[in-house]
Design a protein around this ligand. Structure first.
Ligand SMILES: [Ca+2]
Length: 497
């Protein structure tokens, strides 16, 4: 804090202290007092005015001074506080420093003690080392004396060794002489051995030449074998080359096959793409068909409604049809399908007529009555087609009913009134264009059992053995009317027009 900024500068206040220059003031007073006494009142008022101004100035000065003093006092107080804080901090630091110094002192005293301990230990060690060195010195001196003693002993030993060596030399010389003799003996023995070895080498040479011959022989054999092996290998090489050629051919074939397969693959790919196109078209078609199907369902529903109406109408018509007045129709019509035949069930239609060949045999008259009861009569042959149809019916009946005894079947032709004049049941005579008698018929033969001697007046068709052969249509035979036979009925077919 700068206290100067807070202080009022006393120099800025223009004050002349009273009595600064008493001479000048006294001169002014003298100048005032010098005029006439008329001016005394004015002078006194001026003086009073001046004194009042001076008094004001002084009071202002006093106030400023008091203010400065109080500011100074305040600053001093602040400075005092700051100093006291500084003093406390300093004291704290001093105590800390003192504490640290004390610690350092302790540390140093400990270090000193440790150093003293180390020094004493070192001193102790040095004393011990000194003792050890003195002992070593003594030992060295002792060793030296011992070495000296040993050297003396060695000297003695060497002189003894010298003597011994000299003795050994003389002995060696002697031994060398002996060795010389031994070597000469050995030389002789060696020469003898050499001659023996020479002899052995000759023998060995012979043995080796024999071995050489055997080896040459073996070599020739091996050469022969090698030649054979070579031939075998060349053959193997040829076969291998052939196999190689075959394999190359197969490889070419496989390449060709591969190319074909690739072409096929391309074709299949193209077909696949075509199938995809077809598939897409099919999908479109399915969509169209689905729409059509919906339309058809609508149509179906309409048809169902129509069907219901028609069924209602049908029931109405059925109720009419099933009435007693029209009951005969149901012999010819199927009640479920309402389909009607022109002939009754079991009857066969031919040329707008209906025919039947019932099981069982009857005399001609009884047979005709049965046919009339069924709404018809015995069959009448009007032309070749009728004859072929009826003859075929008898042939088929025989083959379809092998359990039945079948001789022939009555037709509606007889000559009971006048022998030889054959009439149809419809009243017409037989014409020459429509006659189909079997060979040698009609012969009107008299059977032994025919007591009435009536002869053969009724005609029947005898089934042929084969259909279509020559004369197969000629199947009529006249027979005694009282004999029992199968029979052919004929009725008019229903006309729906
Ligand atoms: Ca006959």
């Amino acid at each position: 804090m700068d206290n100067k900024d807070d202080m009022i500068n006393l120099e800025d206040i223009q004050v002349s202290p009273r009595g600064e220059d008493p001479g000048e003031e006294e001169a002014k007073i003298a100048d005032v007092e010098a005029p006439a006494p008329k001016c005394n009142t004015i002078e006194v008022s001026l003086l009073l005015n001046n004194a009042s101004k001076e008094n004001n100035r002084l009071s202002l000065l006093l106030n400023a001074t008091q203010l400065n003093f109080s500011l100074l006092l305040n600053n001093a107080s602040k400075e005092n506080n700051r100093l006291s804080l500084l003093l406390n901090a300093t004291q704290l630091k001093s105590s800390l420093l003192l504490n640290n110094a004390s610690k350092e002192n302790n540390r140093l005293s400990l270090l000193l003690n440790a150093t003293q301990l180390k020094s004493s230990l070192l001193l102790n060690n040095s004393v011990k080392e000194n003792n050890r060195l003195s002992l070593l010195l003594n030992a060295t001196q002792l060793n030296f004396s011992l070495l000296l003693n040993n050297a003396s002993k060695e000297n003695n030993r060497l002189s003894l060794l010298l003597n011994a060596t000299q003795l050994k030399s003389s002995l060696l010389l002697n031994n060398a002489s002996k060795e010389n003799n031994r070597l000469s003996l050995l030389l002789n023995a060696t020469q003898l051995n050499f001659s023996l070895l020479l002899n052995n080498s000759v023998k060995e040479n012979n043995r080796l030449s024999l071995l050489l011959n055997a080896t040459q022989l073996n070599f020739i054999l091996l050469l022969n074998n090698a030649s054979k092996e070579n031939n075998r290998l060349s053959l193997f090489l040829k076969s291998t080359l052939q196999e190689k050629k075959d394999l190359q051919l197969k490889n070419k074939e496989l390449d060709t096959f591969l190319n074909k397969t690739l072409k096929s693959f391309n074709v299949v790919s193209e077909e696949n793409s075509l199938l995809n196109l077809h598939w897409n078209k099919s999908l479109n078609t399915i969509e169209i068909l689905t729409a059509d199907s919906q339309q058809l369902r609508q149509v179906l529903n309409y048809e169902k409604q129509t069907t219901t109406q028609l069924e209602t109408e049908n029931r109405l018509q059925k109720s009419i049809l099933f009435s007693n007045r029209l009951s005969f129709l149901w012999k010819l019509c199927d009640k479920d399908t309402l389909k009607c035949s022109r002939c009754l069930p079991g009857w066969a239609e031919h040329a707008s007529r209906c025919y039947i060949l019932p099981k069982g045999q009857e005399k001609w008259e009884k047979a005709r009555r049965n046919c009339i009861d069924d709404g018809g009569d015995l069959a009448v042959v009007l032309n070749a087609d009728d004859q072929a149809f009826l003859t075929n019916m008898t042939f088929q009946f025989v083959h379809q009913h092998p359990e039945e005894r079948f001789l022939s079947a009555w037709i509606g032709l007889e000559d009971m009134v006048k022998e030889g004049v054959h009439l149809w049941v419809d009243g017409n005579k037989v014409t020459w264009r429509v006659i189909y008698w079997k060979k040698d018929e009609p012969n009107n033969a008299m059977a032994s059992w025919d007591r009435d001697r009536a002869g053969q007046d009724c005609v029947a068709i005898v089934p042929p053995k084969v259909i279509g052969e020559k004369h197969w249509l000629n199947s009529w035979d006249d027979i005694v009317c009282g004999g029992k036979r199968h029979y052919l009925c004929e009725a008019t077919a229903l006309s729906l027009s």
